[in-house]
Design a protein around this ligand. Structure first.
Ligand code: SF4
Length: 451
């Protein structure tokens, strides 16, 4: 008799666990009270190789530290900034050694090293610093108007943690040897006033994504004033707060002043019939711990209508069906966070080793269907330059040999208001070259040689 075929993915409920931080030599004496303090977490962030050594010591050999230093000096588009909470989710179930640390999925995107990068094609020839042209679409400093009814408000250019693949690497974080960052020039209060003026003058904009950077780095009083300002504009109907810190530094969202302030904002939003939600950015199930779940539940308890996840699809991190489903089941079933989107990693410099081709993203979407509740089945989307989010199955034409997909759109961005042809054009997105057949790779080599 043959064994039953079974399912491609085998769901089992797995409770969340806080990894034991005392397994790291530098944190052997850290108490639970210290660990749960946002201030302790911020003061003890790891910002350079020396500080990483102070935490991990000789658990890692010199090979890793040198590899990290090389990346920071030559290739990194983001500087290093890791709250202990995030570092503690790397190799969570044992004392790490060098090989386990190299292989860890969260390490691979939060603490990239030079040998992670793709040697032949570190960047796609069409990679750009502001790959989504958000800056080009600023209608006021930090306010991107790309979709007809929605704006993205970048309140500041910092985060409590820096992700190696950050799509806003043009603006966010400290400059690195590879990238001299843009700087916001207005005082915050003037920037925020300019945003409100634009919204008052444009009643067709109903939806504001309040981001950065990460709103967890806006002093709470400033953020509350900004949100109350938005809530005073009667045409604003949706407000979404973007914060990876919900997973990277959940201690921030559990502070009394933040919880009480968010409660005031949520009550005001509810009275005015505005949908207030929090969007976070979790890429791997190991990031979800009881503290993250507690922070998410606290947001819901104070009246935030929903907490949703927008992850990024990356090779070596989460680009398998099992990784994505493990994460989604833990988000949905254990942390009270709705799996919402997975974005394909954008075409920024030195990101080719993370990116996946469109056909592969389509396959992952196919393979995820049918396991989660329908409303909690995330869409995998491609953020096509000059277009915006497109579900990966919406591709219009696809040249697999050269890895060029073509997409259409059904609205004009703010820089195309007078462009009669904008809705008739095809817009290109490019697969990573190392995933192409040899003939496609040769074609790109020739293109570059002839430029
Ligand atoms: S939290 Fe978001 S904005 Fe900040 S570095 Fe990560 S991806 Fe970029």
């Amino acid at each position: 008799m043959t064994a039953p075929a079974g399912q491609p993915y085998d769901y089992r409920r797995r409770p969340l666990a806080e990894p034991d931080w005392t397994r790291f030599p530098g944190w052997g004496d850290v108490t639970a009270a210290q660990w749960e303090s946002a201030q302790w977490q911020r003061v003890n962030c790891v910002k350079n190789v020396k500080q990483l050594r102070a935490v991990l010591g000789d658990l890692l050999d010199e090979r890793f530290y040198t590899d990290l230093e090389t990346d920071q000096q030559r290739l990194a588009t983001m500087s290093m900034l890791l709250p202990p909470q995030m570092l503690n989710t790397m190799v969570p179930d044992r004392v790490p050694d060098t090989d386990a640390f190299y292989a860890d999925p969260i390490r691979r995107y939060m603490l990239p090293v030079a040998t992670d990068r793709h040697l032949d094609w570190p960047s796609h020839p069409h990679a750009t610093r502001d790959s989504l042209h958000e800056h080009d679409m600023w209608v006021a400093e930090g306010l991107t108007h790309r979709y007809p009814t929605k704006v993205l408000a970048e309140l500041l250019a910092t985060c409590p943690q820096y992700c190696g693949h950050c799509t806003r690497m043009d603006l966010v974080g400290n400059s690195t040897p590879a990238v001299d960052k843009l700087r916001l020039s207005l005082k915050p209060v003037d920037r925020y006033d300019a945003h409100l003026s634009y919204l008052k003058a444009h009643p067709g904009v109903r939806d504001v994504v309040v981001s950065g950077g990460d709103v967890a780095n806006v002093p709470w009083r400033q953020l509350e004033a900004y949100l109350m300002g938005l809530l005073s504009v009667p045409t604003v109907r949706d407000i979404r707060l973007a914060t990876k810190a919900l997973a990277g530094l959940p201690q921030h969202w559990l502070q009394d002043d933040v919880v009480e302030g968010l409660h005031r904002v949520a009550i005001t939003a509810s009275r005015r019939g505005v949908n207030l939600a929090v969007h976070t950015h979790v890429n791997h199930v190991n990031s979800l711990t009881p503290l993250v779940a507690k922070a998410a539940q606290t947001l819901l308890d104070v009246g935030v209508r929903d907490v949703r996840n927008q992850g990024v699809l990356m090779r070596g991190v989460n680009a398998t069906t099992a990784d994505l489903l493990d994460l989604c089941f833990a988000l949905q079933g254990e942390a009270g966070i709705l799996p919402y989107y997975f974005y394909m990693c954008d075409m920024i410099p030195n990101a080719e080793h993370w990116r996946v081709p469109v056909w592969y993203a389509q396959q992952l979407q196919h393979d995820m269907m049918g396991y989660l509740p329908g409303y909690a089945t995330p869409r995998i989307v491609c953020d096509v330059p000059f277009v915006g989010k497109r579900w990966v199955h919406m591709v219009s034409e696809y040249d697999r040999e050269h890895g060029i997909s073509y997409w259409t759109k059904n609205y004009r961005t703010s820089i195309e208001q007078d462009d009669d042809e904008a809705l008739n054009k095809l817009f290109a997105y490019y697969d990573p070259i190392d995933t192409l057949p040899q003939s496609g790779q040769d074609w790109w080599q020739k293109q570059i040689a002839s430029d």
